[in-house]
Design a protein around this ligand. Sequence first.
Ligand code: MG
Length: 374
Amino acid sequence: MTEILATTEEREADLLAPYAFPSRKTAGRKFFEKESPYRGPFQRDRDRIVHSSAFRRLSGKMQVFTGDRGDYHRTRLTHTQEVASIARTIGRALRLNEDLIEALALFHDIGHPPFGHAGEDALHECLAAEGGFSHNRFALTLAEELEIRYPGFSGLNLTREVLAGQETRADKSAAYSAGQLAPLLEVQVVEAADSMTYDAHDTDDAVKLGLVSLDELADVPLVREALAAVRDRYGFQPVDIERKCVVHELIDRQVVDLIQTAVIFFRDQQGLTDETIRQLPFRIGPSVALAKPKRELEAFLYEKVYRHPQLLAVRKMAQDQLRSMFEYFCKNPHSLPERFRQRIEVVGLPRTAGDYLAGMTDRFCNAQYDRYFG
Ligand code: MG
């Protein structure tokens, strides 16, 4: 059999760069489990994440836009899949641990409450006296406490590397501050892929939904250059095609820039390992030349898209709903499902109510609101 089957360790010995994190070095899981004969630890994490209830619910959670204007735009699930795809491209090109990258990417937004950042802000306010609410931290609560899939323990029992990677998202300033041991390169790749993904797809969705025009967006140098490159290559095209080509161009430029920046750094270093690289100030990310135009695009999106009056109206609706329901469940804990009622003794009533609300899809949240207040 050995000539036919390669172990994860053998495969990775051939494929990974010396500064990639090899699966054989995993610190394992909180609850001991025998290794799988044909899946590495991070492949198993990926499968556990994909099979979790929280992952499936991402299809019913908004990214930026709700479903009241058609179904073209991204949901939290398709965003997650785009992040995983881009992160794996980068990881493979840089010979990093693609299995770890995929698990981290599929996990990264699993803790998002209904109604995107509007929902998160509302829950954060509701839980102010309890230390607030963060979707990045809630991902860990889901993975360690709320997902019940195995006899004998709560949670998905993910590897410590995936949990630690998510932990750096929950406390970014600590994880990326100077003098601090940097997160694994695989964690940094997912972080960078997340940002380039939403910059590109929010541009696409905003134009498609008519919140801004491609011409207005072309005030931003990064989009202007992308549009010029597209027209240079194909001539003038119908606006629908131009929009899509600009999105491809935005992703491609960012991915190529990031890979080249990393390659230039790695090329000049000798004898780097997955441990020594973390002690250097190097971080995976855009080049100095691209960082500024990228920030300008993000500032534009914030101002003209995320703060668009139509989105602010949805935001207010979402926040009113979540606040009302939070108060309702705090006054009527018997209305919580049985398994959440049991949780009150462990984390207290406000946090329990917050956790229950955070797990809801947009649609279920609307339906529950109608049930109690309709
Ligand atoms: Mg994300």
